[in-house]
Ligand binder design. Structure first.
Ligand code: ADE
Ligand code: ZN
Length: 338
């Protein structure tokens, strides 16, 4: 349709994409066989009978934790640098086909090092894919190193120090840090020290907040961890003062509509605060989160928002420009994107 073409042609940036969440069930089964990684026995969890039964299971997540169970099993098939490279290159290929020009992607090093895959193996594969995507499609990208909030602050710091000592924050290999995994019960302040070190070193900072957790997770991420972005942030609507502050400070909120529906944070896209954010001047971007698990890539998420809210082209341009402004690429690249 003409509208679909307009949304395709908008200069889009993706800011909330877990690269491990772009692993499709078919690639998951192929890599499990190739790398001899055992999957759960289908007699215990019938979802693992075939790629199709797994895909079906992904339509029935009941919560963030229910999804995370499958997400961590899924990524256990990623072993070599080549696995990470092909995963990321396939994602970039799809993002480019959707009309994305720039992508800032999360990765979860702790989920790999704790099963014997080194940080360097992961980053080498991802970096190789980034270079190929820029050369082949002109798609620019950044990596954001996420800490798993269900693990200790000490473990987060070990991984942070690894990246620091390899020079990855200063040579541009990694653009910033993030915080993901189970939210409720794991508030941002647990990680205050690693966030303070990153701030002192001039490293960019974001955190998932206000996805399943209440709006205090958002204010604590801002006040205690001094994040520059909020991932999800949909619970902002419950705190008018905080919402106005986020608007005033131009903090980017990275929304993930199809994810929020699949994880039952809202019952339908119409419930998301898109209209509210536009009216109050909250800067936000629209993203896919874990596209292989949530039924859509970036353009599907744009289309879902359009179906739910019927925005004008002017409003779409405002969203796209805010997303570019809130990106962590160089100023020169932002000018090209606008
Ligand atoms: N890891 C991958 N996707 C996530 C999400 N939506 N929330 C928290 N952690 C995640
Ligand atoms: Zn996420």
């Amino acid at each position: 349709s003409p509208l679909h073409q307009c949304l395709h042609d908008l200069p889009k940036c993706e800011h909330h994409l877990h690269i491990e969440g772009s692993l499709s069930p078919s690639l998951l089964f192929r890599l499990a066989a190739l790398n001899s990684v055992p999957l759960p026995d289908a007699s215990i969890d019938p979802s693992f009978t075939s790629p199709q039964t797994l895909e079906d299971r992904y339509t029935r997540f009941t919560s963030l934790n229910d999804f995370l169970h499958y997400y961590f099993i899924g990524m256990s098939v990623l072993i070599t640098s080549a696995d990470f490279e092909s995963l990321a290159y396939e994602y970039f290929t799809r993002a480019h086909a959707d009309g994305a020009l720039h992508a800032e992607i999360f990765f979860d090093p702790q989920a790999h090092t704790h099963r014997g895959v080194s940080y360097t193996t992961v980053v080498q594969g991802l970096s190789a894919a980034q270079k190929r995507a820029e050369k082949d499609f002109g798609l620019t990208s950044e990596l954001i190193l996420c800490f798993l909030r269900h693990m200790s602050e000490t473990d987060a710091d070990v991984h942070y120090q690894d990246a620091v000592s390899l020079g990855h924050f200063s040579d541009g290999t990694v653009a910033g840090i993030g915080l993901d995994s189970s939210e409720v019960g794991f508030p941002p302040e647990i990680f205050r020290e690693v966030y303070a070190s990153a701030k002192a070193a001039g490293i960019r900072r974001t955190a998932h907040a206000g996805e399943e957790g209440d709006s205090s997770y958002i204010s604590r991420a801002l006040d205690i961890c001094q994040v520059e972005r909020i991932d999800h942030g949909i619970r902002l609507v419950d705190n008018e003062v905080l919402l106005k502050r986020v608007a005033r400070e131009k903090t980017l909120v990275t929304m993930c509509p199809l994810s929020n529906v699949r994880l039952r944070c809202v019952s339908k896209v119409e419930e998301l605060p898109v209209r509210k954010f536009l009216d109050e001047g909250v800067r936000f971007s629209i993203n896919s989160d874990d596209p292989a698990y949530f039924g859509g890539y970036i353009l599907d998420n744009y289309c879902a928002v359009q179906e739910a809210f019927g925005l004008s082209l002017k409003e779409w341009r405002y969203i796209a420009e805010g997303a570019i402004e809130g990106s962590w690429c160089e100023e020169g690249r932002k000018k090209e994107l606008l």
